[in-house]
Design a protein around this ligand. Structure first.
Ligand code: GLY
Ligand code: MN
Ligand code: MN
Length: 436
């Protein structure tokens, strides 16, 4: 993403805030992993979206219409010694020269500058409860401004979270964002193809995970979430991340993994046979999930309800379970009674973007699902999970877990699938694995 893109986003947010609003958006902070070492740093998604500034601890303040400039950044000061140990810092000068801040200060100026930035504004847009230290400073500042307000100035009367403003902007992706997500989808799909190529009985789940993550790293990507590589009944644990069991011929392998590029993540699941051939019962369930995946993808069209993919997928899964003798009655009955949840206990998709479970509302203020509009990106991920030892179920199905997940853009026309680079049709997967 280029600096003009960040400037455009700040302008759009400030338009939403109005002249009497002000917003505070903090960067992520370093998290201790053990003693004096840290987890790999990852910038906060809101902060990254608005600034592109890559360092920890910074604070952005946006003050629409402010004479001295609307975009104020507080950043770590330059420090020769710390830069030898921890890496380069932009400092206030770099924040202005390279990141478009109208004004920049060292972080220790926040306490004295913040009251000036908030005074006279009506609404403070700030998500309380995420950053204890900053919450303390913000509430002290508000209190201090109210004291002064009795003598004529004005303190913000309202504090509002950023969901209805910034997160609604993030929900609709620009053409540039979609191209980054398309690339993340393509490279992540390649990683899943590699996984199919290296999987065989006797290999361990972690070896397959390593192949996938090697492909991400080789393309300057990192996993956008912890990879799930679950052989056999491990696929029935939805967030299985131990990834440490040997793979057995005759089992399926479920892989849910996506790489993150410039902050935007892919989210792909494929489920394929360890020995390269689906068994009869595996194939029967797989075909049901695949039909649900394809039909649900087709609903991602402008004007259609956001709840529609789940309705369509649930119906096909329920009918499939009835056909295979795992459920009885009608599809509507199986859904309404909650019986389907025994085998399908999660939703059919979620917004995707800078966060894997991205921001943006699914429903209107009245509680109804909203409709799709072009630029929304959603996953479509139906699955069926037949727990080991499921009472009343043919043992041939026990321990089979299947999910098929793609990333889909809503356009003016047909849905655009970003993750087609990895096959999902059984014949195509078997052909790919046979070619090894
Ligand atoms: N990988 C997490 C999810 O599919 O939602
Ligand atoms: Mn997902
Ligand atoms: Mn996933």
């Amino acid at each position: 993403m280029t600096a003009p893109a960040h400037a455009e986003r700040r302008a759009a947010l400030m338009q939403a805030l109005g002249e009497r609003g002000v917003a505070i958006i903090p960067a992520a902070r370093e998290q201790v992993r053990s003693r004096d070492t840290h987890y790999p740093f990852r910038q906060d998604s809101d902060f990254h979206y608005l600034t592109g500034f890559p360092e920890p601890e910074a604070i952005a303040v946006l003050c629409p219409g402010r004479e001295e400039g609307a975009f104020v950044l507080f950043v770590r000061p330059r420090n020769a010694e710390r830069e030898i140990w921890d890496g380069r810092r932009a400092g206030p000068e770099g924040a202005m020269a390279r990141y478009g801040a109208d004004q920049a200060h060292a972080l220790d100026a926040l306490e004295t500058e913040l009251p000036k930035l908030l005074a006279g504004r009506e609404t403070l847009h700030y998500t309380l409860g995420e950053h204890a230290a900053l919450d303390g400073l913000v509430t002290r500042t508000l209190r201090q401004l109210r004291e002064v307000a009795r003598r004529g100035a004005q303190a913000p009367a309202r504090v509002q979270a950023l969901e209805s403003t910034l997160h609604e902007l993030r929900l609709i992706k620009s053409a540039d964002e979609i191209e980054i997500m398309a690339l993340a989808g393509r490279i992540s799909a390649e990683a899943h193809v590699r996984a199919m190529q290296v999987t065989r009985p006797g290999r361990n789940e972690w070896e397959v995970a390593a192949e996938i993550e090697r492909h991400f790293l080789a393309h300057r990507m990192v996993p956008g979430y912890t990879s799930i590589v679950g052989g056999g009944e491990n696929a029935c644990i939805l967030h299985y991340t131990e990834n440490n069991q040997p793979l057995r011929g005759g089992d399926l392998l479920l892989i849910d993994a996506g790489g993150e590029l410039d902050g935007y993540t892919a989210d792909i699941t494929r489920t394929f046979p360890v020995n390269g051939r689906y068994s009869g019962p595996q194939r029967a369930l797989y075909d049901v999930v695949l039909a649900a995946n394809r039909a649900a993808i087709d609903t991602l069209r402008a004007g259609v309800s956001v709840g529609r993919p789940h309705e369509v997928a649930s119906h096909i899964l329920a009918e499939g379970l009835i056909d295979l003798g795992l459920c009885q009655g009608t599809a509507d009955g199986v859904i309404e009674s909650g019986e389907l949840r025994r085998y399908y206990m999660h939703g059919t998709g979620h917004w995707l973007g800078l966060d894997v479970h991205d921001v943006g509302r699914y429903r209107t203020a009245e509680g109804a699902y909203r409709n799709f509009v072009p630029g929304m990106v959603m996953t479509v991920e139906p699955g069926l999970y037949i727990a080991p030892g499921s009472a009343g179920v043919d043992a041939a199905f026990h321990g089979i877990g299947i999910r098929i997940e793609d990333d889909v853009v809503v356009t003016d026309g047909a849905p655009r699938v970003l993750t087609e680079g990895v096959p999902k049709a059984p014949a195509a997967i078997e052909a790919l694995m046979a070619a090894q």
